[in-house]
Every structure is written in structure tokens, then in C-alpha cells.
Ligand binder design. Structure first.
Ligand SMILES: [Zn+2]
Ligand SMILES: [Zn+2]
Length: 112
């Protein structure tokens, strides 16, 4: 994704969740505290891959209603045939389904 720069001080902007829930804003790294509303909400999806906000653990199995197990997917990394899956928070129109490999030596996280 293209880098964005602050209109006030030319500082680098980084994506962040806006003060209004489910909005994406770009915030300036500098002291000017500039915030620019993102036009493309789907940018957020890419950031989820790098920084998963919620990683289910084996203790979640059956107890956390947010997390379910499925044998319908194969881990692209280790070919394990069972994974946790959960829906990442909706950002705009983007519904993001995350999978986390049940192989404790792998715990690969990917997006369908
Ligand atoms: Zn700035
Ligand atoms: Zn795996």
C-alpha cells in the first residue's frame, strides 16, 4: 500500500482506528496530531494480517463463542487439517475471516 503523508507537516501517516467505531483514519506521527479519514477502508484488512489483534489459544476451544474450530481448511504452511477461525472486526464493508492453525508448533495465522 502506498505511503501517505500529512497535509500539515509532511510527516508520515499511519493507519489507525478512528474515534468513530469502525472507521479508519491515518494519523500523523508528528506532534501536529493530524488525522485524515481514509478513503479506502479495505486497507485495514492488510494490517490485520501483520498485527492480529486477537490470537485464540487452545484454552479458547469450546469456551469462547467468538472462536470455532474447523476441519474444512488446510493450513497453507504445515498442511495441518484443523484450524481455529473467527471473524475479525468489520471495517466498513470488509468482512475478514481469520484462521489460526491448531498445530501448536505452527500457529500460522491466515486470512481466507
Ligand atoms: Zn503532521
Ligand atoms: Zn500450520
Amino acid at each position: 500500500m502506498a505511503l501517505k503523508f500529512c497535509g500539515l507537516c509532511d510527516g508520515l501517516l499511519y493507519p489507525s482506528e478512528g474515534t468513530i467505531p469502525n472507521t479508519l483514519v491515518y494519523k500523523c506521527k508528528n506532534e501536529c496530531n493530524n488525522e485524515e479519514l481514509a478513503e479506502d477502508m479495505c486497507v485495514y484488512k492488510l494490517d490485520f494480517d501483520k498485527y492480529p489483534t486477537y490470537m485464540p489459544s487452545s484454552e479458547d476451544n469450546g469456551t469462547n463463542p467468538m472462536v470455532a474450530r474447523t476441519k474444512a481448511v488446510i493450513c497453507p504452511l504445515c498442511n495441518h487439517d484443523e484450524a481455529f477461525y473467527f471473524q475479525a472486526p468489520n471495517i466498513g464493508r470488509c468482512v475478514v475471516l481469520k484462521f489460526v492453525c491448531c498445530n501448536t508448533n505452527c500457529t500460522n495465522c491466515w486470512t481466507e
